[in-house]
Design a protein around this ligand. Structure first.
Ligand code: 13P
Ligand code: SF4
Length: 303
């Protein structure tokens, strides 16, 4: 089926089935254009918790669809590409988390939302890249375990020096490959540009940024800034909205390696088939869901 026909069918099926399409900022432009909402991880979970749709198509990676299911258990939550996972989320499981907790008895655990439902269930509170600092500050304990992203964790540790943050050694394979020399090169090529970087990049890269934030915070910063040239240090999917919102401004990707192959597994045809055949349904064990819900709800109350 041609793209245009498929887009028409997606719109028709959405209405007929009372479905909503929530897409992450890293989705391909065609999917962003048919989505009802395009956002960062925090926004996707806030909207998933509040929607009155019967079906949520979560075009992103598995942990995002799982979070939607945890927050909206009575809705059918569908992930278009069944194998779109997050390699960083897969770096920790419950056994590894329990072992980490045993090494540091009594310390509360903050888990990045890029984690499985089981890991969320075993944690005290979740955070995303947009609210991590606020969440960490809200915890009374001085010592805090942070899983699984050591890069986001060390960024927070610098911003909140009064806390002792113990890092689990996970990372995002996409952001972690950016090198500090790549920032130096773009700064030389575009001396007036602002460099906007996601906190999943390594500390040596993040410290060279003009602005550090979540995908949506980067998008908002570029929109509000008086500057007209930007270097974007996060996954290339954000370029679509940046260019669309700011047709007169110039955007350059910090590194050609900023592509998340898992996010890109969702194609327009997968969104269409997900709606048509109501696949691939995400389920979460009820016992795990209730505990994971506690961690997510605490986060949403503070956000
Ligand atoms: P955001 O919450 O900033 O959109 O990040 C999600 C993610 O997976 C970044 O790699
Ligand atoms: Fe996971 Fe990194 Fe892809 Fe985000 S960009 S989904 S953290 S692998």
């Amino acid at each position: 089926m041609e793209n245009l026909k498929m887009i028409e069918e997606i719109q028709r099926l959405k209405k007929k089935k009372n479905a909503v399409i929530l897409a992450h900022n890293y989705q391909i432009p065609e999917i962003q254009e048919v989505a009802d909402l395009v956002g960062d991880s925090l926004k996707l979970s806030q909207v998933a918790a509040e929607t009155d749709a019967d079906i949520i198509i979560l075009s992103g990676v598995r942990f995002m669809a799982e979070s939607a299911k945890i927050l909206s258990p009575n809705k059918k939550v569908l992930l278009p590409a069944y194998d779109a996972g997050c390699p960083m989320a897969d770096m920790i499981d419950v056994d590894k988390l329990r072992a980490f907790k045993e090494e540091h008895p009594g310390a509360p655990v903050v888990c990045y939302v890029n984690s499985s439902a089981e890991v969320k269930a075993e944690s005290d509170i979740c955070c995303t890249s947009s609210n991590a600092i606020k969440i960490i500050k809200s915890i009374p304990s001085k010592k805090i375990l942070f899983v699984p992203d050591m890069n986001l964790g060390s960024y927070i540790a610098k911003q909140v020096p009064e806390k002792e943050i113990v890092l689990f050694k996970g990372f995002c394979i996409t952001h972690h490959r950016v090198k500090p020399t790549e920032v130096d090169q773009v700064r030389e090529a575009y001396p007036k540009a602002k460099v906007l970087i996601h906190p999943e990049a390594a500390p040596e890269v993040v410290e060279k940024a003009d602005f550090v934030g979540s995908t949506s915070q980067i998008i908002n910063y570029a929109k509000e800034s008086n500057c007209d040239t930007f270097i974007i240090g996060t996954e290339m999917g954000v370029m679509h909205k940046l260019q669309k919102d700011n047709p007169t401004k110039k955007f350059y990707l910090l590194s050609p390696g900023l592509v998340c192959n898992n996010m890109k597994k969702n194609r327009l045809v997968d969104v269409y088939e997900a709606l048509l055949e109501e696949k691939h349904e995400i389920t979460v064990d009820e016992n795990i869901r209730e505990k994971a819900l506690g961690s997510l709800e605490k986060m949403l109350r503070i956000s």
